[in-house]
Design a protein around this ligand. Structure first.
Ligand code: F6R
Ligand code: MG
Ligand code: MG
Length: 372
């Protein structure tokens, strides 16, 4: 039997330059060095190190399976070492921020970093896209994932290809309760929408093909504030999507991002802003610590090796001019929504604000209320 390949996409904010703006080149350099060593020692097959704003991303391929302590420890030690040897000595901002726990405990999930991982049987040709976003939360993937896998007006394959017509099953996690439900589209599309429209609570974690039950997409679902019970950094999410053949085409997977939908996480994790699709070089937030950004990097897998362009570089898919209009629209929406300042709906609702630093302000006023 063919050996299965595991794709692990693990990210953490462990400090950055100019506030929460961008990862330092030396952090990327050291992470590459450490993963190159693991590759030479044949612990992993391949890797790619990148950043989306202030988040350092590690894409690792191996034959170790999901939740492998060995791979998770490698990622954890990489983040730790980069923090100790680069972030702290350079006094980068929020050094080690997402490393919430001191010592590694077997699985990096729940320790701060975001994880999206899938074990697959590599197809004769295996194109896939990784997405990473800065200044937003895992629920930001709900709308584009719905469009990719359940909306026939986005994904022509759902109409034209009989294998896609069987639909897809969505695993939706209630991140507050820590439980999930599987819903199959198109049969249960309305129930699915009933949940995933509430992006702060119901988050799509995985998508499976109804044609052959294979995993097609996986997302990070960590909510740091829920781990710690208070506002601690951000849950800027990542996602892996397999494409083509019996799955949506790369173009169908990218198309939803031409509509810059509003996501939570803009400045202080407390505001809505449009999700701006950008190239790797523009993945760095500025205005009002945003607007929230998303990158899409395309690869081919070749018996676990990551094939991109020019050596190690992936296809930087949102660099294309086809997304210029989405960017322009997103900037217009940014201006409009920021016109509201601190007023809802530009600011998150009270339930979501519980996980920001606002409760400390409310606490200050708690004895000043007078019965009417
Ligand atoms: C960070 C983020 C930023 C910060 C803001 C305040 O990912 O979203 O908007 O929340 O810059 O940061 P502190 O509290 O570190 O000064
Ligand atoms: Mg940061
Ligand atoms: Mg970030």
């Amino acid at each position: 039997m063919k050996e299965k390949i595991t794709i692990s996409l693990i990210k953490a904010d462990i400090g950055s330059v100019a506030g929460h703006h961008v990862v330092h080149p030396k952090q990327l350099e050291l992470a590459r060095e450490l993963l190159e060593k693991a590759k030479k020692e044949e612990k992993i097959i391949d890797y790619y190190v990148f950043n989306c704003g202030d988040d350092l991303g590690l894409l690792i391929t191996s034959t170790k399976g999901e939740n492998s302590p060995e791979i998770h420890e490698l990622a954890w030690n990489t983040f730790k070492e980069v923090t100790e040897r680069v972030s702290k000595p350079l006094k980068l901002y929020a050094s080690g921020q997402d490393l919430l726990i001191e010592t590694f405990s077997g699985n990096i999930k729940g320790m701060g970093p975001g994880v999206a991982e899938m074990e697959i049987e590599e197809r004769p040709s295996e194109p896939f896209v990784i997405f990473a976003a800065d200044k937003t939360e895992p629920g930001a993937w709900n709308l584009p994932l719905f469009r990719m896998f359940a909306d026939p007006m986005n994904t022509a394959g759902l109409v034209i290809n009989p294998n896609l017509q069987k639909g897809f099953t969505f695993r939706v996690v209630n991140v507050i309760k820590g439980e999930y439900v599987d819903l199959s589209a198109p049969r249960e599309m309305y129930e699915l929408l009933a949940l995933i429209g509430t992006t702060g609570r119901y988050v799509i974690e995985k998508v499976f093909s109804n044609f052959d039950n294979s995993i097609v997409a996986v997302c990070s679902t960590t909510r740091l504030s829920l781990i710690k019970g208070r506002y601690v950094g951000k849950d800027d999410p990542v996602m892996i999507v397999r494409c083509q053949m019996n799955f949506p085409a790369v173009g169908e997977v990218l198309a939803p991002f031409a509509f810059p939908h509003l996501v939570a996480g803009f400045c202080r994790g407390s505001h809505y802003g449009p999700l701006l699709p950008v190239s790797l070089k523009d993945a760095r937030c500025t205005f009002f610590d945003g607007p929230p950004r998303v990158i899409a990097l395309g690869f081919q897998l070749c018996t676990g090796k990551l094939i991109g362009l020019n050596g190690k570089e992936p296809a930087d898919l949102f660099a294309d001019v086809a997304f210029d209009e989405a960017r322009e629209k997103a900037l217009e929406i940014t201006e409009y929504i920021r016109g509201h300042g601190e007023f809802m709906p530009a600011r998150l609702g009270p339930e979501e604000m519980e996980y920001t630093s606002l409760p400390e302000v409310l606490e200050k006023l708690k004895d000043r209320w007078v019965k009417e």
